[in-house]
Design a protein around this ligand. Structure first.
Ligand SMILES: *Cc1c(COP(=O)(O)O)cnc(C)c1O
Length: 430
């Protein structure tokens, strides 16, 4: 598959290059040159297929010149070794739980897939790749875990000191091997700024191959389409399906739209956000106006200029009316989110994390007008990952699952840095 830059369709790269570069040299996002629908029989018979078979059929066209079938099967087997259940919540509503992976966040699949692709590419190549990421919490843990022990790849994670939860910090700082955590005396924005500066610093890029591991990277973005197919497999008998996706950078919901382009029957998408409502406003008025991000209890979605939204507009060839027919977007504040968490717990005995609760709210809002659909909201993180909010709101202590307990008992290891100069010398020397 050829990918091209959204800034310039003439600027193309094969999958392998697109993954190693992360972003096109002109800073445009890469998109696949074309998306071919799967045979109708694939969707008719999907319930007879394993997750690995479904994923293989769905992703093969995007990677096949660069990853042979056998290697792709191998990668998918490693990536998809946990469950993705659709749990019934109330009539016409289920939740797709995406938190059963090693770090209990939905980013596990994308991070592992990208890590295994880079690992495969480095097998015949002795040049080391450095994955440089800034995290406000969830991304770092999933990336660290996904890349742990992958040969030819080292990972450097920057996080703001004192501003991630204990669980998140342990997930970043206790792995060792090819993973290094840099604890920055500053905010998440400071971390992100340093990372961006490094990508533009010729002294570094001349000697080190740097790439990013956020959903800008096609190898992290595309595998998220598996979730929607897995949910479809489980829920297809329930009628017209609508998906509500708690959204920050809009990579996940955009991947769902790719699944739809592959031919998956879906009635509508809902992108649910917290008060960072650039997209809900856009869907109302057709004007895209980035804003500084605002801190909320669903902090993995505190994004003021969602990076993947250009990919969504591109999928609809910038046809606003067609996009509106397929996507609704609603924003909710923290008070509403907590009320939804309470309602889910009290009425339906379901403990949702704040992100899932935002997804639930968007779904209910859509279903007010469209009561006959079967709605699935995506639960993107396990409630223990947002323990304080869950305990304060619901007055219950969710049980700490074993994969979290395991890291809580380990020793933190990090290097403190407080300036770009320190980051640079770390990257050049190590
Ligand atoms: C990253 C994240 C999101 C947002 O996903 P996008 O693809 O950026 O829209 C939602 N919930 C959780 C828990 C996340 O970590």
């Amino acid at each position: 598959m050829v990918y091209y830059s959204l800034n310039n369709p003439q600027l193309t790269a094969p999958f392998r290059e697109a993954v190693i570069q992360g972003i096109a040299p002109d800073k445009g996002l890469y998109v696949p040159e074309k998306i071919s629908a799967l045979p109708v029989a694939f969707f008719e018979e999907i319930e007879n297929m394993t997750h690995q078979e479904i994923a293989f059929n769905a992703i093969n066209q995007f990677v096949k010149e660069d990853i042979p079938d056998v290697a792709l099967h191998d990668i998918l087997k490693k990536v998809l070794d946990f469950d993705f259940p659709v749990v019934p919540v109330e009539e016409h509503v289920g939740t797709l739980e995406l938190f059963h992976g090693p770090t209990m966040a939905f980013k596990d699949v994308g991070a592992r897939f990208m890590a295994n692709c880079l690992g495969y590419f480095s097998e015949n190549n002795n040049e080391e790749v450095t994955v440089l990421v800034a995290t406000s919490g969830d991304t770092g843990g999933a990336v660290a875990n996904g890349f742990l022990g992958v040969e030819g790849v080292r990972v450097v994670i920057l996080y703001p000191s004192g501003k991630v939860s204990d669980i998140q910090e342990k997930q970043l700082t206790t792995l060792g091997q090819n993973i290094t955590a840099l604890e920055v005396d500053g905010t998440f924005d400071d971390c992100q700024k340093m990372v961006k500066t490094a990508f533009l610093d010729a002294e570094i890029t001349q000697t080190k191959k740097l790439t990013s591991a956020n959903s800008i990277n096609v190898a992290r973005w595309l595998p998220q389409l598996f979730y929607f197919l897995f949910a479809y497999k489980e829920a297809k008998s329930k009628g017209d399906i609508v998906f509500s996706v708690p959204s920050g950078n809009f990579g996940n919901v955009c991947a769902g739209m790719v699944a739809q382009k592959l031919g998956m029957p879906v009635k509508h998408f809902i992108a649910s956000t917290n008060v960072n409502d650039v997209v809900p406003k856009f869907m109302n008025k057709g004007e895209y106006q980035p804003q500084p991000s605002v801190a909320t209890i669903s902090n993995a979605m505190d994004v003021g200029d969602p990076s993947n939204f250009v990919r969504i507009r591109h999928l609809y060839q910038n046809d606003f009316e067609r996009l509106q027919a397929n996507l609704s977007s609603y924003a909710f504040n923290d008070e509403e989110t907590k009320q939804a968490m309470e309602r889910l717990h009290r009425q339906f005995n379901y403990i949702a994390d704040p992100h899932g609760a935002v997804g639930y709210l968007g779904l209910k809002k859509y279903q007010e007008q469209h009561p006959y659909s079967y709605g699935i909201f995506l639960e993107t993180a396990h409630p223990v990952k947002f323990l304080d909010v869950v305990e304060d709101t619901l007055g219950v202590k969710p049980e700490i699952p074993p994969q979290i307990q395991k890291v809580m008992d380990k020793q933190k290891q990090s290097f403190k840095i407080n300036s770009y100069v320190e980051l640079k010398s770390f990257l050049l020397v190590n």
